[in-house]
Design a protein around this ligand. Structure first.
Ligand SMILES: C[S@@+](CC[C@H](N)C(=O)[O-])C[C@H]1O[C@@H](n2cnc3c(N)ncnc32)[C@H](O)[C@@H]1O
Length: 251
């Protein structure tokens, strides 16, 4: 059985992340607080965040690399009788020739940006799409040394979901290997139904350490307004599992 790409199966993404709802209130709260009208989400995926923002009345656009995720999301938008622009573009190079008053990237999307060079390029690109008074909000996980420096042969329980077609319970186990020089995490997920391996996916993520991200932003067109450490809006601290940056253009 070959490893497949996680962003080629949107129905699987939605099924396995059935539980992921704990961030939605924060994105809506921030967008309302900044009296936002136009939202651009980077890495819009299957519309997990987008649908929620559309339901709250925001004018929504998305940028997404996966063609199949994009068409899946567009079908959802149409079936709900809503309107949104979802562009099939790379976050490093997109050019929509318009500005937004809120640009959001949720759920570790930028951990898919694998080098400082790409991150810097992406920040410049995003700043060209942000309105003068706009905010750019993005979320990364805080790298946990205990999780990163574990044995490569260790497969740990990650999550469980019900397969939407068979109604069978599926368990996902994860193994990783970490390169501490370039900070790339090679992630492998193994899907088991009744202890039988039925699917495998693999992908790379970069462990972005908070001090590196702060340094990248200091050398970008943005300034940091606030760093939040959880979905309740708590300040970032040494125990935080998330780093949620609120930035604005540095004019
Ligand atoms: C973890 S998912 C998050 C999706 C959605 N925002 C959510 O919260 O459910 C990351 C998304 O970023 C997309 N992505 C990864 N690299 C990208 C790139 N270079 N440009 C645009 N989108 C990208 C993936 O295809 C995927 O849909």
């Amino acid at each position: 059985m070959k490893f497949t790409d996680p962003y080629q199966n949107p129905a699987l993404y939605d099924a396995q992340y059935w539980w992921k709802k704990n961030d939605l209130e924060l994105w809506k709260f921030l967008a309302h607080s900044y009296k936002v009208k136009n939202v651009l989400e980077i890495g819009s995926g299957t519309g997990r965040v987008g649908i929620s923002l559309l339901m709250d009345g925001f004018i929504y656009s998305g940028v997404e690399l996966s063609v199949i995720f994009n068409s899946y999301f567009i079908k959802k938008i149409n079936s709900l009788g809503m309107k949104a622009n979802v562009y099939n573009e790379n976050f490093e190079s997109f050019n929509l020739k318009k500005r937004f008053d809120f640009i959001l990237s949720a759920f570790n999307t930028f951990n898919h940006c694998l080098s400082k060079k790409s991150f810097a390029k992406m920040l410049i690109n995003i700043s060209k799409h942000l309105d003068i008074k706009g905010r750019f909000v993005f979320e990364l996980f805080v790298p946990d040394p205990l999780a990163l420096y574990r044995s490569q042969s260790l497969k740990l329980d990650l999550m469980e979901y019900t397969c939407p077609s068979t109604y069978k319970s599926i368990q996902i186990k994860e193994s990783i290997s970490y390169n501490h020089i370039n900070h790339i995490i090679n992630v492998r997920w193994y899907y088991y139904q009744s202890n039988t391996l039925i699917n495998k996916i693999k992908f790379n993520m970069k462990a972005w350490h908070p001090e590196t991200v702060i340094n990248m932003i200091d050398n970008s067109p943005f300034i940091i307004e606030k760093i939040i450490g959880d979905y309740d809006g708590g300040d970032f601290n040494s125990q935080s599992k998330k780093q949620i940056f609120i930035c604005k253009n540095d004019f």
